[in-house]
Design a protein around this ligand. Structure first.
Ligand SMILES: Nc1nc2c(ncn2[C@@H]2O[C@H](COP(=O)(O)OP(=O)(O)OP(=O)(O)O)[C@@H](O)[C@H]2O)c(=O)[nH]1
Ligand SMILES: C[C@H](OP(=O)(O)O)C(=O)O
Length: 203
C-alpha cells in the first residue's frame, strides 16, 4: 500500500513554540516523522514523504510547496493512504488496522475535527484539509461510496499543542519520546491528571 506522508520541512509545529525553540521543533518533528515512517514500513506500507522543501530522509520524497490540500490531491490516487507525520504513537498494528478497515474511503479522525489519516480506494475522492476536515471528508466521501472510520487512540493522537506532549511521554515507544526525554521532559502528577515538566537546563 502506497502511503503519502505530508511533512512541513520549514518552520514546523509552530503551536509548540512555547516549550520548543525553532531548532527543537525541527528536531522533534523529524523524530515524529521517523516514528511514522518506521510504523508504516513495519506494516508493509511503502511510504513516500510529501515535503514542502527538500529534506534528508531515507525514504522516497517529493517536494511540493503548494498548500497541503493541493499537494495531497496532486499525489492522491486509488489504493493510496495519507498518514500525517505528527502521529508518534503509531505502531505497525495501528497502520494495519487502517489498511484493513473496509470502505471506499477510510478516515481516521484527529482531536479537534482533523483527519489524521485516510485511505482512498476511489478515484474521485479529494481531500480538503483544515477547518474541521473530518466532517468535510466524511460528507464528500459518503457521496462517492462507503465510508469507514477508524476508532483508534494512536491514530487520533496528533501532536499539535504543548499539552499533547503528555501523550508522547505516556504512550510513545520510539524516537519522539526518546527525544523528549533527552531534552529533559518528564511527566509530573497534578491534582487530577499527568502534566509535562522540563529540567531547568533543558537536558
Ligand atoms: N506537504 C505539506 N505538509 C504539511 C503542510 N502543512 C502541514 N503539513 C504536515 O501535515 C501534518 C499536519 O499539519 P499540522 O498539524 O498543521 O502541522 P504544522 O503545520 O507543522 O503545525 P503548526 O505550524 O502548529 O500548524 C504534519 O505532518 C505537517 O508536517 C503543507 O503545507 N504541505
Ligand atoms: C491537516 C489538518 O490538521 P489540523 O489543522 O486539524 O491540526 C487537518 O487534519 O485537517
Amino acid at each position: 500500500m502506497r502511503v503519502v506522508v505530508p511533512f512541513a520541512t520549514v518552520d514546523p509545529k509552530t503551536r509548540l513554540s512555547g516549550p520548543l525553540d525553532p531548532e527543537e521543533r525541527r528536531e522533534f518533528s523529524r523524530a515524529m516523522l521517523g516514528d511514522v515512517l518506521e510504523s508504516v514500513r513495519e506494516a508493509g506500507g511503502e511510504p513516500e514523504v510529501l515535503a514542502t522543501a527538500p529534506l534528508d530522509v531515507d525514504t522516497p520524497a517529493t517536494v511540493d510547496d503548494r498548500p497541503l490540500t493541493e499537494a495531497v490531491n496532486a499525489a492522491l490516487e486509488p489504493e493510496t493512504a495519507v498518514v500525517m507525520a505528527d502521529l508518534p504513537l503509531l505502531t505497525a498494528e495501528t497502520i494495519e488496522g487502517l489498511f484493513e478497515t473496509p470502505g471506499d474511503v477510510v478516515l481516521a479522525p484527529g482531536r479537534g475535527g482533523g483527519t489524521n489519516a485516510l485511505l482512498s480506494r476511489e478515484p474521485e475522492f479529494r481531500v480538503d484539509y483544515h477547518g474541521g476536515s473530518f466532517l468535510k471528508h466524511r460528507a464528500s466521501a459518503s457521496e462517492i461510496g462507503s465510508v469507514g472510520v477508524v476508532d483508534s487512540h494512536r491514530l487520533a493522537t496528533d501532536i499539535d499543542e504543548p499539552a499533547d506532549l503528555v501523550e508522547v511521554l505516556i504512550h510513545g515507544e520510539g524516537r519522539a519520546v526518546q527525544w523528549l526525554r533527552e531534552a529533559g521532559f518528564s511527566l509530573v502528577r497534578t491534582e487530577s491528571r499527568l502534566a509535562v515538566d522540563r529540567a531547568p537546563d533543558g537536558r
